[in-house]
Ligand binder design. Structure first.
Ligand SMILES: [Cu+2]
Length: 666
């Protein structure tokens, strides 16, 4: 007997579903927490106002995710108000580490919407077998693969234009599938000039351009076995960062993988996947276009990661389990050469990341125990061993000036446990969970050497003596449906011990001209972070949906002072109309004044703002092609504003009209 229970999700692109299939003596259960569909099913869907959005714009729509912006390209995602050091971003389970000491190139900047099928977001500890060193949450971007289906060829052309910044978007993809072979490839190009803030002022150095190429192949072998390979090559050039003092000449990412899968191995083991991967990121910064540069600097960075994972899934009676063995080796190296204006002075060279080599091996186990079709308990545990080594003798000796006797090697034992109880009643869903986990300091936190942070105007020195940061987490989610009304409330709280943050050290002298001083990473005794989201959704008159969202966050250090980069109260309301081929939406979005800003950590208060937008779409049904057309306007009243996470209060885009056209040729 097959039973399918489908729970409609919350939010425009999020789905939550539980699927259960009962056999005589075994129960199968699959529960995906939160999935944003971007690929074939989602891209160009009638419900998406702007299908050619960047990956960043997609992430911005999601609950729990906020983005730190240093320009109009490569925004850094935060989950539960925690940034890269405390979260994990993977691509199809592959570990990738950015090559920039200033976080100018988050992992999500190396993919395109055309590469992705969906994003799997997990809040807090647990929920993602591939997340390492994350306590805030994780994001696994799943690649779009044509898959083994009946013979089919498809091709599409995706294009877009936006008036603000003269932003051009063009992409094409071609896919072939049959039951034993598939292949899909694509190319995507984006190019934008400087954008204008509300009121019409040009934001200088906000231009960018990027090209993304991708290919996936799959071959089905006998005995339920398959081999799959993927390659992504992404190059961004001439990227301006108006909030920083430097731009990017080029950011290149080559991401490759080869995987081997066997399905239905035995009545107990349903799937075994082993993937080998390698990726290399090269990041070249550039200050040559900036006026009045006091001292020209070269700051290249590179990050190479090789790794594998092997995931075994199975079921036995009421248990549904997953085991994952995972290992990666990363090299992170960043240099800085400063050229004096005095030609007689020699350039000054240093390693800002001293060729750090990290080997991390972990074992993850998860079990979902099904009490009944509507009640189950999910438990997971991870144990990891991390070995760090500073390869560069020069980098080690410069760090030893500050930490005499520091070792070249470091070993850390990291672990986490999490549990969540899921209960589905007729119109009510409840999830309650908790966990405990540890993370190791990042390369910058442990070994960074005089990294200038323009947010608080301090040079930062890493600290190899940092303790692991730990987090106790509790979470609760509640959702109820009453006729056409759906209300959902989610909240998480984190109590962090040995919280890692930079603290001023007056005994040290800054290296960057005009910096306020030097901060050294320290462990605070504790810190607390709380996040919550409320969504109220009402359908009416057959074709209308009114969606209202509000979120509240809080972050405190051990002296009850505000932590930096914690979102103020924010809200949105949208009214959408959807009938046959026609789609339309009106939306308002805003945030309250940032009352709890962190002056101690370099923040100033961000004022309240409210912006409006509108969009409409039409799906043509022609004889051969079915073009989808979307038009819209963002920041309709051309309001000049910035949000709490805009680096150095850089202004957001002013009024922007856009048009997206998708044509499926085959
Ligand atoms: Cu950079």
């Amino acid at each position: 007997m097959n039973k399918r229970i489908l729970y409609a999700g919350i939010g425009l692109f999020s789905l939550q579903f539980a699927y259960s299939q009962q056999k005589t003596d075994s129960v199968r259960n699959l529960c995906l927490k939160e999935v944003i569909i971007i690929g074939k099913t989602g891209l160009g869907s009638k419900n998406e106002p702007k299908p050619m959005s960047s990956v960043d714009e997609y992430m911005e729509q999601q609950d729990r995710i906020n983005l730190i912006k240093r320009g109009s390209y490569a925004w850094e995602p935060t989950i539960n108000n925690m940034a890269s050091e405390r979260t994990s971003v993977t691509i199809d389970g592959m570990k990738i580490f950015c090559a920039c000491t200033d976080c100018m190139d988050p992992v999500s900047s190396y993919v395109e919407v055309i590469n992705l099928n969906k994003m799997h977001i997990a809040s807090g500890i647990g929920g993602n077998p591939y997340a390492t060193n994350s306590i805030g949450g994780s994001l696994d971007m799943k690649l779009y693969k044509a898959g083994f289906h009946k013979e089919n060829v498809s091709a599409s052309v995706n294009s877009g234009y936006e008036t603000n910044g003269h932003y051009r978007i063009l992409g094409g993809s071609l896919a072939y599938s049959n039951p034993s072979f598939y292949s899909n490839s694509g190319v995507f190009v984006r190019k934008s000039d400087d954008y204008r803030a509300g009121g019409g002022e040009e934001v200088q150095f906000s231009q960018f351009q990027k090209v993304n190429l991708m290919s996936n192949f799959g071959l089905r072998l006998s005995g339920n076995r398959a081999v799959e390979a993927s390659v992504i090559y992404d190059v961004a050039t001439n990227v301006g960062y108006p909030a920083l003092t430097m731009d990017v000449k080029s950011a290149k990412g080559l991401i490759t993988s080869l995987s081997f899968t066997k399905e239905e191995l035995s009545p107990v083991f349903s799937k075994w996947e082993t993937k080998l991967y390698f990726n290399t990121i090269t990041h070249i910064m550039d200050d040559t276009k900036r006026p009045n540069v006091a001292m020209h600097m070269d700051m290249p960075g590179k990050s190479k990661t090789a790794g594998f994972y092997s995931t075994l899934q199975g079921r036995k009676t009421r248990h549904n389990f997953l085991l994952n063995l995972d290992s990666y080796y990363n090299q992170s190296l960043a240099e800085m050469t400063m050229y004096s204006k005095n030609p007689d002075e020699k350039p000054m060279f240093m390693y800002t990341w001293p060729d750090v080599r990290t080997l991390n091996t972990s074992l993850f186990a998860e079990d979902k125990y099904q009490f009944t079709a509507r009640k189950f308990l999910q438990v997971s545990a991870r144990l990891a061993v991390q070995h760090d080594r500073i390869r560069s003798d020069f980098g080690l000796s410069t760090l030893q000036i500050y930490y005499p006797g520091m070792s070249r090697f470091q070993n850390r034992l990291l672990w986490n446990v999490a549990a969540k109880y899921h209960y589905y009643l007729k119109n009510i869903q409840v999830k309650v969970g908790g966990g405990y986990g540890l993370r190791a300091p990042s390369s910058s936190e442990a070994y960074g050497f005089y990294l200038f942070n323009s947010f608080d105007n301090y040079d930062y020195l890493g600290n190899p003596q940092l303790k692991n940061e730990s987090s106790w987490e509790g979470n609760l989610a509640f959702s109820a449906t009453l006729g056409k009304l759906n209300v959902s409330l989610e909240g998480s709280c984190f109590y962090l011990n040995n919280y890692i943050i930079g603290k001023p050290d007056n005994s040290l002298t800054h290296m960057t001209l005009n910096a306020s001083g030097v901060k050294v990473y320290r462990n605070l005794d504790h810190a607390t972070i709380l996040t919550s989201d409320l969504t109220v959704k009402q359908s009416f008159a057959d074709y209308f949906i009114w969606t209202n969202k509000a979120s509240y966050s809080l972050g405190r250090d051990d002296h009850n002072r505000a932590l930096p980069l914690i979102a103020p109260v924010s809200y949105s309301s949208s009214l959408s109309f959807n009938r046959k081929q026609v789609y339309a939406e009106l939306k308002l979005q805003g945030a309250a004044k940032q009352y709890k800003y962190s002056a101690d950590y370099g923040e100033d208060q961000t004022p309240a703002y409210l912006i409006f937008g509108a969009s409409a779409g039409y799906d043509f049904h022609l004889k051969t092609y079915n073009p989808k057309l979307k038009v819209g306007v963002e920041n309709l009243f051309d309001r000049k504003y910035s949000t709490y996470s805009d680096w150095n209060n850089i202004s957001r885009k002013g009024r922007n009209y856009y048009i997206n056209l998708i044509i499926n040729l085959l």
